[in-house]
Design a protein around this ligand. Structure first.
Ligand code: PLP
Length: 471
């Protein structure tokens, strides 16, 4: 079912007991899973990497969105993480969906989402997919070139078209304007052609690049979109919707980004203009909600001897680890060909933290804190971290590791060098936070490793639980 905005409530625990914090919930799920595995005798795959997803985090992100961008209706970019549960929650929260392929559209329609809540935001579409969406009543789609207009005129002339324009995406992690977007030199010609073909242009869209960091990119794009709105009016098109795309990060840059966008919209597309504003956020919703746990499947000890491997671990071309202290290459059961595909494709730097070492689970526990404080005292009186974790973050000693994936490829390295206050061995576990965006969706089965990994769902917000029927 779908909710109106009024149904959204925060986990304020009013009048009730204080529930577990998100960290406690995630920690409990991680702990329960890893402690249930008998590493000596388990079946192949029982110790596979797995996710814990806190859907309450998605819910909180939605509230944050509404607070910062109240005029902008999000259409979640399914490509970022097409997890059914995540989509189910967003559908219940009333978002729309940005889909890029038949399979994504099919998945969203299967959830009972009305076709009017889907935009086929792919400027270069497959013919048969265009026929498919015409048949399913998914009318909104983007275009950015003349060939695509002729394709649409042939296959789905009733489509509601958004002209996607080029942006300055130079500050983003993943540049999209290298591939998509009409330059402002070409928009006049495209609108003229659309008019000649009798097509229905209803809006303008843009994308400032995924993982954008310069809020001014939004201002410039909104200004350009405004120019194209006026240009379109000259061809008799009465554009109704502006699509400001994705690019929003979940970290604390969001508020600044949203602030600039909000002001630009108020200047160029004020509420009284009656223009609808939509967006296509992906990473913003998904990234922080997913934590990934990986098992250490093998370890190579690098003694205090110069060797090629030791050089890799220490980053020291003269070879060798700290005098007398071995360092280690850890091999875990997930890597660049798996859920860490985000390192290659999405320019991410996931940070390993210790989940379980020597039979002790350490996520967010007093044991972790004890170990942390012991390490801090021994190694650096000034350092402090809340949940243990990586000693290198605090700039202190500990044992040095490099972390590698399970495939035979040398490129399959997750971390070059990291230090922990514990000595890790086969059977121990690491975890990585913020693993929800562009991770499992681009994992391969290279070397025969599965890319189907369990997701354990928790929900730190009662409001989201209720929407999902979890309570
Ligand atoms: N919309 C389109 C057309 C995209 O190509 C992408 C990402 O590639 C997105 C939205 C989602 O971007 P983000 O995850 O940065 O919000």
């Amino acid at each position: 079912h779908q909710t109106g905005d009024d149904d959204i409530v925060m986990n304020n625990n009013e009048g009730g007991e204080v529930g577990p914090s998100p960290k406690e919930l995630i920690g409990a799920a991680l702990r329960e899973r890893v402690e249930s595995i008998d590493h000596e005798f388990c079946e192949p795959g029982d110790e596979d990497t797995f996710f814990v997803a806190d859907l309450g985090e998605v819910y909180r992100q939605h509230l944050r969105w509404k607070l910062n961008l109240p005029r902008v209706r999000p259409f979640y970019a399914v490509k970022c993480n097409p997890d059914d549960k995540l989509i189910q929650l967003l559908a219940a929260l009333g978002t729309g969906f940005d889909c890029a392929s038949k399979a994504e559209i099919e998945q969203v329609l299967r959830m009972g989402v009305d076709p009017s809540r889907i935009i086929y935001a792919q400027p270069c579409k497959t013919n048969s997919y265009v026929r498919y969406v015409a048949n399913k009543g998914v009318r909104q789609m983007t275009f950015d070139n003349a060939d695509e207009l002729r394709k649409i005129a042939r296959l789905f002339p009733e489509a509601e078209l958004y002209l996607r324009i080029l942006t300055d995406d130079s500050s983003s992690l993943c540049r999209l304007s290298l591939k998509f977007g009409a330059s402002l030199d070409s928009t006049d010609g495209l609108l003229a052609l659309a008019q000649e073909l009798g097509l229905n242009v209803v809006g303008v869209s843009f994308h400032v690049g995924s993982g954008a960091s310069d809020p001014m990119a939004f201002l410039k794009a909104v200004q350009d979109a405004h120019f194209v709105f006026q240009q379109a009016a000259g061809y008799g098109f009465n554009l109704k919707t502006l699509d400001v795309g994705g690019g929003f990060c979940a970290d604390n840059t969001f508020e600044a980004m949203a602030g600039v966008l909000r002001a630009a919209l108020d200047d160029y597309f004020p509420a009284h203009s009656g223009i609808n504003i939509i967006a296509e956020p992906g990473r913003y919703y998904a990234s922080a909600a997913y934590t990934l746990a990986c098992n250490v499947i093998a370890r190579r000890t690098i003694e205090d001897v110069p060797s090629a491997a030791a050089s890799v671990v220490s980053g020291d071309v003269n070879g060798g680890s700290d005098a007398g202290v071995p360092s280690y290459m850890l091999y875990v059961n997930d890597g660049l060909y798996g859920n860490f595909s985000s390192i290659m494709f999405d320019h991410q730097h996931p940070v390993a933290k210790v989940l379980r070492a020597g039979g002790q689970t350490m996520y967010n526990t007093s044991a972790a804190e004890a170990l942390d404080s012991a390490m801090s005292q021994t190694l650096s009186p000034s350092s402090s971290t809340s949940s243990l974790t990586s000693a290198s973050e605090a700039g202190i000693g500990g044992v040095e590791y490099s972390i590698w994936g399970p495939t035979c490829d040398g490129i399959d390295r997750i971390t070059d060098s990291i230090r922990f206050g514990v000595t890790l061995d086969v059977g121990d576990w690491l975890y990585f936070e913020d693993m929800g965006a562009y991770t499992k969706c681009s994992a391969t089965t290279f070397n025969g490793f599965s890319n189907e990994h369990d997701v354990i769902y928790v929900c730190s917000e009662p409001g989201a639980k209720a929407l999902l029927g979890m309570i």
